[in-house]
Design a protein around this ligand. Sequence first.
Ligand SMILES: Nc1nc2c(ncn2[C@@H]2O[C@H](COP(=O)(O)OP(=O)(O)O)[C@@H](O)[C@H]2O)c(=O)[nH]1
Ligand SMILES: [Mg+2]
Length: 305
Amino acid sequence: MDIKTIAKTISLIEDNSNQKKTILSKLYAKTGSAHRIGITGPPGAGKSSLINILIQKLRSKNKKVAVICIDPTSPFSGGAILGDRIRMLKHYSDPGVYIRSMASRNASGGLSLASSEASDVLDAHGFDVIIFETLGVGQVEIDVMNEADTVAVVLVPESGDDIQMMKSGLIEIADIYVVNKSDRSGANRLTTTLTNMLETNPNPIENNWDIPVLNTNALSNKGIDNLLDSINEHFRYMKTEGVLAIKTNDRYERQVKSTILARLSHFLWNDKNKTDFLKKELNKDISNRLSPIELVDLILKEEQY
Ligand SMILES: Nc1nc2c(ncn2[C@@H]2O[C@H](COP(=O)(O)OP(=O)(O)O)[C@@H](O)[C@H]2O)c(=O)[nH]1
Ligand SMILES: [Mg+2]
């Protein structure tokens, strides 16, 4: 399948076309080979710059690479994504590279389901590495990171003072820490802070994996080989320890559950009787309304769940 067809296929899935079920069903059995990598961190940390170099390094090893950029802010291709596009532009004519931005626009079932399904398309069509780039800000982005097998959290020396950052959900999902912009002062201090933090709070689930803290400089290409080595090492670790199989099953389960939720709410809210129940209550004064929880019972009453 060429890149154009892949792009079209992902759009059909994203837009909930009626071909979606056939498409996803045909390819599911062919998934399971790709390494899904999440790269997250604050805006401007250098995620796209690092990904750009990772693409080059992976291409020199003949690996096919896809990047899914998650744009949390805008349903349109916003400035950030445009910048990322330009940064990665030199790969555009390479059929072994596919770059796409994704927004929550139509994603029924959420962005994490949409990105997971898009990855299945890419996985089934021979992409060896699929990278999700997200801004480390909210729950949506953390949910997308959960779809990845390996998560690298990119910080910069300035993040050292940002205690909120350390407390946010970001820290719990990291398999690898990257201190980028290590050309700036404070990089070593942040590396030490992170290393100390890891000694006192090791990952409770992947307890045989020592989370590395790596220094990189995306401008001068420093430390990126180490980053790629750690990414590959984590993939090997997950395979030998059975972690990958668990993650694959978790992903399957999440896809099933998210799809059920999306389908049920679609089914309910396309039923005029149900929406009328809601409208009727909304037209009443609060003092005369059913409580929200009672209305739910009324709406669900005739269904056999
Ligand atoms: N000094 C320095 N600047 C960097 C480094 N990596 C990226 N940058 C610059 O930081 C800015 C933001 O980079 P970008 O990759 O777009 O960050 P993103 O928002 O995390 O994707 C750009 O101007 C990059 O050129 C680095 O290692 N050192
Ligand atoms: Mg970026």
